[in-house]
Design a protein around this ligand. Structure first.
Ligand code: PBG
Ligand code: ZN
Length: 330
């Protein structure tokens, strides 16, 4: 492509003026790309700040409605909901109860802000007393998540979300066969139009630390290595994504985002599918902490970071910065 025949080539010419910089800009960050995560707890009039995530809160249902109205006014098209029930048990039954925290939240939000696109995180770790992402089977020596039993419970969970009015479901538990089971469950209950955003390539990551604080979902023993991916692998991510697409995923996600830009790029280039990146809690908190110390320019760092995810190939970004970005680039 480059022949070296044009010694007068000056790339800087197109950088001199904002008008021309805008015209040759290759990637854009827009509010339309953003999904805002929200944490919902039991109670009334609750808006408590999450210590490890300054500027992020746990809301009771009445309070989250005010927040969703604000999110809508800022032009953010979608939210993703995480429910934190008061009572947890070993199978996470609140997660599929028609009267569960998340089901009541969806109904209340859809009633007051019907135009908001409501996505639900589908998993068990916030709902189980042991904090693992599925049904646990224990032998005398050890416990592990029972993949196939979890699939049955996942079907119940997504159908209850859809019945409550969810627009899209986002399973995050990394169970094998999870997309197929969920698609089947939804279709059988006549929710054939509800799309699935799969957390297809989800790594075992220390970047989830602040989230686990927020959602009280730290496993009470062990870790999630037996179902989440090894941070050393990228080909495996492509296999995970391929399977999920074959099973019926409409959107595939890479999570975390910042340390996995190569994975985002590989997924986008290989499958050319709608691709989401989760700018996770640890990525948020690192920037926040530095900004609060005046060590970095928060606005510029956030926009640069999210833009780099777009450049890597993300169409959609789940981010706790969504409201800030909407205000900045509105
Ligand atoms: C699990 C879930 C997690 C996140 C989203 N869904 C945590 C985990 O797998 O431990 C992490 C999000 C974040 O760190 O911002 N249902
Ligand atoms: Zn989980």
């Amino acid at each position: 492509m480059i022949t070296g025949k044009f010694p007068k080539l000056r790339l800087r010419r197109l950088r001199k003026d904002e008008n021309i910089r805008k015209m040759v800009r290759e990637n854009h960050l827009s509010v339309n790309d953003l999904i805002y995560p929200l944490f919902i707890v039991e109670g009334e009039n609750v808006k408590e700040e999450i210590k490890s995530m300054p500027g992020q809160y746990r809301y009771s249902i009445d309070k989250v409605i005010e927040e969703v109205k604000e999110v809508k006014e800022l032009g953010i098209p979608a939210i993703i909901l995480f429910g934190i029930p008061e009572k947890k048990d070993d199978i996470g039954s609140d997660s599929f109860s028609d009267d569960g925290i998340i089901q009541r939240s969806i109904k209340a939000i859809k009633e007051s802000v019907p135009e908001m696109y409501v996505i639900t995180d589908v998993c068990f770790c916030e709902y189980t007393s042991h904090g693992h992402c599925g049904y646990l089977k224990c032998s005398e020596k050890s416990c592990d998540v029972d993949n196939d039993r979890t699939l049955e419970l996942l079907k119940k969970q997504v159908v209850s979300h859809a019945k409550a009015g969810a627009d899209m479901v986002a399973p995050s538990g990394m169970m094998d066969g999870m997309i197929k089971a969920i698609r089947k469950g939804l279709d059988k209950a006549d929710f054939t139009e509800i799309p699935i955003m799969s957390y297809a390539a989800k790594y075992t990551s220390a970047y989830y630390g602040p989230f686990r604080d927020a959602a009280e979902s730290t496993p009470s023993f062990g870790d999630r290595r037996s179902y989440q991916m090894d941070p050393a692998n990228v080909n495996e991510a492509l296999r995970e994504v391929a399977l999920d697409i074959e099973e019926g995923a409409d959107i595939v996600m890479v999570k975390p985002a910042l340390s996995y830009m190569d994975v985002i790029k590989a997924v986008k280039e290989t499958f050319k599918y709608p691709t989401a990146a989760y700018n996770v809690s640890g990525e948020y908190s690192m920037i926040k902490a530095a900004a609060m110390n005046d060590w970095i320019d928060e606005k510029r760092v956030v926009i640069e970071t999210l833009l780099s995810m777009k450049r890597a190939g993300a169409d959609i970004i789940l981010t706790y910065f969504a409201k800030d970005v909407a205000k900045w680039i509105g």
